[in-house]
Design a protein. Structure first.
Length: 249
């Protein structure tokens, strides 16, 4: 069995296991928008990116499509990975600011601003609905049409497909359909209603150390979101070592 190292943990997995599955086995949360355990890996949203490779070379790769290999070294929450995820979430929030799922992820990862105008689109093209209809419902009533900026999810030739049973599975699995608390047309692009600006756990670290899901202390925003090198908005200092006996205070 191939042996890999995830966040410093050396462990063996069966061939064919993905890095995302390996991280979930270890209890390490990796965010996703296009992944579902009952569907084939797609790698569309890129939120599950991890820093992986064989020393000394590492690059960002999607954890849901990356298979474990002998000697693979993976960092799931390095500073580089966290920056990439926050940028992606900023783009997703600008695309679908009305989505509760996306807003919750933005709050969890400490997204403080959105530098793009809101588009209020109803699709991020994650492909979940298309794959659910084809793989689980065995219908294939919807699919992608066109390419590039014109790409969209639709039924063949626009009219409702004859094989559609109106089961609602596409709506159930869609990450955009659930609206945020402020409704379909909120006044602000970024909600930030659930963001925690003062985590009460660890105050410093070089790489992410706490993976409680949810965080036991503050539930939504753990220390890995705003601490140390991952934050540009707040300066943290390591506590001074305790004074030795007889040492001047």
């Amino acid at each position: 069995m191939p042996s890999i190292r995830i966040n410093g943990i050396q462990i063996e997995f069966d061939p064919g296991v993905t890095v995302l599955e390996a991280a979930q086995f270890l209890g390490i949360p990796i965010p996703t928008l296009c992944h579902d355990d009952g569907l084939k890996p797609y790698g569309a949203c890129r939120l599950c990116m991890v820093e992986a490779g064989f020393p000394p070379r590492h690059r960002l790769q999607s954890a849901c499509t990356l298979k474990v290999e002998e000697g693979l070294v993976v960092q799931t929450h390095s500073a580089r990975v966290e920056r990439a995820r926050r940028l992606l979430l900023e783009l997703y929030v600008a695309t679908c600011p009305q989505s509760k799922t996306i807003q919750d992820l933005a709050s969890r990862y400490g997204v403080r601003q959105v530098r793009l105008d809101p588009a209020f689109k109803d699709c991020i093209q994650c492909g979940k609905c298309v794959r659910m209809c084809a793989e689980q419902m065995m219908a294939g009533a919807i699919g992608f049409a066109h390419r590039g900026a014109r790409r969209e999810v639709t039924s063949p030739f626009r009219p409702q497909s004859e094989v559609c049973r109106q089961c609602g599975a596409c709506l159930y699995i869609c990450p955009v359909c659930e609206l945020r608390c402020q409704g379909a047309r909120p006044e602000t692009t970024l909600c930030s209603g659930c963001i925690n600006f003062s985590p009460s756990c660890l105050q410093y670290h070089d790489q992410a150390m706490c993976f409680l899901e949810p965080c036991a202390a503050c539930e939504l925003a753990g220390p890995l979101r705003l601490a140390g090198p991952l934050s540009k908005d707040r300066v943290w200092h390591k506590p001074e070592p305790p004074k030795q006996h007889g040492e001047l205070l």
